[in-house]
Design a protein around this ligand. Structure first.
Ligand code: LLP
Length: 463
């Protein structure tokens, strides 16, 4: 996409559109706005060929707007890089905890990706979206018997997290067919976004301790009802370095060698997800292709040095597949200026549709969709409408002068926003639309007040 913006308006909302020359291959996780974002001749933000302000008029506010092409591009970049650089078989899974709903599962599956689910609800959604169960992997550190049974009956693979689950599976097994499962291990690599450490023991609620590995392998190898196909590990999220995953992949290949001593024929190696995205100008994650290539190379080199056959290589990114594809549009309402302190500008949502700022102090960037070329003259604090002082979406946002009715667009909201949304203060959850080629389709209906009281029960004696 060619940016036709004159230099003098770069300090407007347009600054968040990277210089996009046709021919440049953009990695969605390195962008702030979706790949199909542009400013139209009304100086208004358009995504997927749809004017954002018009979308809000049509579908209401707040509104999640998901750009189909950005999501598909991220899927293709993962899939194709693994195909290009890995000489064995590979399978990219989408960690659907980032955003699990029918439409997202269907899009991702249509790009050939499998799906990682972490609950019966996510599994049920993926199955109903038509995802083939041989590409579904169920995670979780305390799966219920019902969840395990749903996974077994549907033919999904279970990523076993601990001894309790392992023994429960042996109990649940029938003579029909062995349960397809893999083992999750805690690798002793801990990431805090910009740094990582390697330890012998890791304080994590997830996965088997690697010190128990031999015992676990010995147990599993004696269970005819379990078909253990491989190993899994995940080291963290919003990671910008490549080295932690390189170390992880190398450690995991050594575990494969250890399994061979127990006559376990493991064929699948899953390195988890974790690649970070750009939320602000200073975030500098590697591209999807760079990250994927690094993993492929390390696994191949480690297998060659240990003389092991190449396993089927899996990864399961969430955030880097979907975060940048979505923005949230809000309508600006009240404002309050406290002289010499700050100006609060309030939007019609907040911590119920995006709990990440209040939960993790996450930083976002925003633009005013109907004033994309206006100069950024104001520094304001964007507040949500919840009865909680901490419900602040963005501190010190640089915006043009705003008025009630303006449409504020927060970028990078595709991951862990809708999926972590709540009804705090009994706010109905927003609608979501999928945009592509100038068309918008509803993928999540806006909740109504009726939905809000749907699960309430009023005992007879209170009436
Ligand atoms: N696989 C496993 C086993 C995971 O636990 C996760 C994320 C992923 C894959 C995907 O990781 P990603 O590629 O998205 O980094 N709510 C937090 C993020 C929690 C991530 C939990 N696990 C947030 O909003 O930042």
């Amino acid at each position: 996409m060619v940016s036709t913006l004159p230099v003098e308006v770069q300090s407007s909302g347009n600054q968040y559109l990277s210089q996009r020359d046709s021919g440049t291959i953009l990695s969605p996780n390195q962008e702030l706005l979706p790949l199909n974002a542009r400013v139209n001749h009304h100086n208004s933000l358009e995504i997927g060929g749809c004017d954002v302000t018009t979308l809000v008029q049509q579908f209401g506010s707040p509104l999640y707007i998901l750009d189909e092409q950005t999501l598909r591009t991220a899927c293709q970049q993962y899939r194709d890089t693994f195909k290009q650089y890995y000489k064995g078989e590979s399978q990219v899974l989408y960690a659907s905890k980032a955003w699990n709903c029918l439409a997202v599962c269907a899009i991702v599956a249509s790009e050939g990706l499998g799906i990682d689910v972490v609950s019966g609800g996510e599994l049920y959604t993926a199955l109903n979206a038509g995802v083939s169960s041989d590409k579904i992997y169920l995670h979780g550190n305390n799966k219920s018997r019902e969840e395990l049974i749903l996974a077994i009956e549907s033919g999904s693979t279970i990523v076993v997290d601990n001894w309790y689950e392992l023994k429960t599976l042996v109990e649940l097994a029938t003579t029909d067919a062995a349960i397809r499962m893999m083992l999750r291990l805690t690798p002793g690599i801990e990431c805090h976004t910009h740094e990582y450490i390697r330890t012998g023991h890791l304080d994590s609620k997830f996965g088997f301790d690697p010190n128990d590995l031999e015992e676990v392998f010995a147990f599993v190898s004696k269970q005819p009802s379990l078909n253990c196909v491989g190993l899994h590990a995940h080291i963290g999220s919003q990671i910008f370095e490549r080295q932690p995953h390189r170390d992880l992949a190398a450690v995991m290949v050594q575990w494969f060698r250890d399994a061979a001593k127990y006559d376990l024929e493991l064929t699948e190696l899953n390195v988890g997800g974790g690649l970070g995205i750009k939320y602000t100008e200073s975030d500098d994650p590697p591209s999807i292709a760079e990250w994927s290539k690094a993993i492929c190379e390390v696994v191949q080199a480690a297998c060659a040095s240990l003389n092991l056959p190449l396993p089927k290589l899996l990864c399961e990114p969430g955030r880097s597949l979907i975060a940048t594809a979505c923005v949230t549009a809000y309508t600006i309402g009240s404002a309050k200026t406290i002289p010499d302190i700050r100006t609060y500008v309030t939007i019609d949502g907040g911590m119920s549709d995006n709990p990440r700022p209040i939960t993790y102090q996450s930083v976002y960037r925003a633009v005013v969709a109907n004033k994309m070329s206006a100069s950024l003259t104001e520094t304001v604090t964007l507040a949500g409408k919840h009865c909680e002082s901490g419900d602040i979406l963005i501190k010190n946002a640089q915006l043009p002068k705003t008025e009630p009715g303006d449409i504020l667009v927060v970028m990078g909201t595709g991951a862990y926003n809708y999926s972590m949304a709540s009804n705090y203060n009994r706010l109905p959850r927003p609608a979501a639309v999928l945009v592509a080629n100038g068309e918008a389709n509803l993928i999540l209906q806006r909740e109504t007040y009726e939905d809000i009281i749907r699960q309430d029960c009023l005992p007879e004696r209170l009436k």
